[in-house]
Design a protein around this ligand. Structure first.
Ligand code: NAD
Length: 331
């Protein structure tokens, strides 16, 4: 089969799977299968120098469901570049070092600080973007296509840990996180449910995109927050400062966040996360490495789809409902 023909077939197949996954919350194939086809398409696009206009490599996320009010995000919600092994991680880091070096050579009077890294878990649920104006939760939205999402405020309000008001009251901010169903909650739910739920990701995504907030409430969802995407007034110097701000404003933060001064040390911690992943009471599909310094982030900037200052290390797909109580890792 010639490359063009194969690309057409892959685009059609991937778009069908994406629709099922993002729009209907009902995946037809595993993430591993999806990712393998996606990687094949990226390779063909690179080799041929051609990208079909409806290629999934051009877009973030899915189509909007009718019935929800659209919400235009105040700053775009990005996808993440991904790596599946140490070599790909090193490639990502080498690109960051190159851009960092170029900037510092051109701006010796005002250089960027040394590259330091934060490592977080990559939660496998539904992206949430919360809007607060003068301290009050006024909107909550899905990621949608990254620019416009679906307004799901009433659904998100059923998550007990989401603050309806926050102490910070200077204009508007948008905070991003991931809505989740804990595995222990899913297990308990399925014991009495007439229709058992297949897995925690779809259970959470389906509940949040249900037009009836009572259904959402019955799923007893949870959420972790990890980013301030937009703010009228507030600026941050580092990731630590942003996380501190989220904590002070009573957002639920995941305890497993690790900071490294040397990139070589990241890999060891990643391996530990892979080993201990099944001890967690929620699904993760990887870990995210982010450059800590906010000014460096803006120098590195964004491609059409992802920030150049972050990368997701994706694990092999695993779905489990076995839960061990209280994990405590050295942080
Ligand atoms: P992504 O989900 O891999 O990464 C971006 C998302 O990561 C963000 O939107 C955010 O919600 C989430 N995230 C979780 N923890 C985070 C943290 N600590 N910091 C920052 N972000 C965090 O990217 P994507 O483009 O949404 O999805 C692509 C993936 O979706 C594919 O790799 C594939 O596995 C899956 N997918 C599967 C199917 C299928 O049919 N099985 C179809 C389409 C997509």
């Amino acid at each position: 089969m010639d490359a063009m023909h194969e690309m057409e077939e892959l685009v059609e197949e991937l778009n069908r799977y994406s629709y099922q996954y993002y729009t209907l919350d009902n995946p037809l194939v595993s993430d591993k299968e999806y990712d393998a086809l996606y990687d094949r398409l990226v390779k063909l696009e690179q080799e041929s120098g051609m990208v079909l206009p409806d290629s999934p490599t051009l877009r973030v996320g899915g189509e909007l469901l009718k019935g929800f009010t659209p919400h235009r995000h105040l700053a775009p919600l990005w996808s993440l570049d991904k790596a599946q092994n140490e070599e790909q991680l090193n490639n990502w880091n080498n690109r960051a070092i190159k851009l960092w070096n170029e900037y510092n050579t051109k701006n010796p009077e005002d250089p960027l600080p040394e590259l330091h890294y934060a490592l977080e878990l990559k939660f496998d649920g539904l992206t949430l973007n919360l809007t607060y104006t003068d301290g009050k939760l006024v909107q909550a939205a899905t990621r949608g296509n990254g620019v416009i999402g679906e307004g799901i405020l009433e659904q998100v309000k059923t998550i007990r840990s989401v603050p309806l008001t926050i102490p910070y009251k200077e204009g508007t901010i948008e905070v991003q996180g991931e809505g989740l169903m804990n595995l222990s909650v899913l297990e308990a739910y399925n014991k009495t449910a007439l229709e058992p739920l297949k897995n925690a990701r779809n259970a959470a995504a389906g509940a949040l995109r249900n037009l009836n907030p009572k259904v959402t409430a019955s799923r007893k969802l949870s959420a972790f927050f990890y980013n301030v995407g937009y703010s009228d007034e507030k600026t941050f110097v580092s990731h630590q400062e942003m996380m501190e701000f989220l904590k002070e404003n009573r957002f639920k933060i995941n305890p497993y966040i690790f900071y490294f001064n040397k990139f070589e040390d990241v890999m060891e911690q990643l391996e530990e996360i892979v080993r201990r992943r099944s001890e967690l009471d929620y699904l993760i599909d990887g870990a995210v490495i982010k450059i800590v310094d906010v000014r460096t982030r803006s120098v590195l900037g964004y491609t059409d789809k992802f920030p150049r200052w972050a990368v997701a290390y994706k694990f092999e797909a695993e779905e489990t409902t076995t839960v061990l109580e209280s994990v405590s890792w050295e942080v």
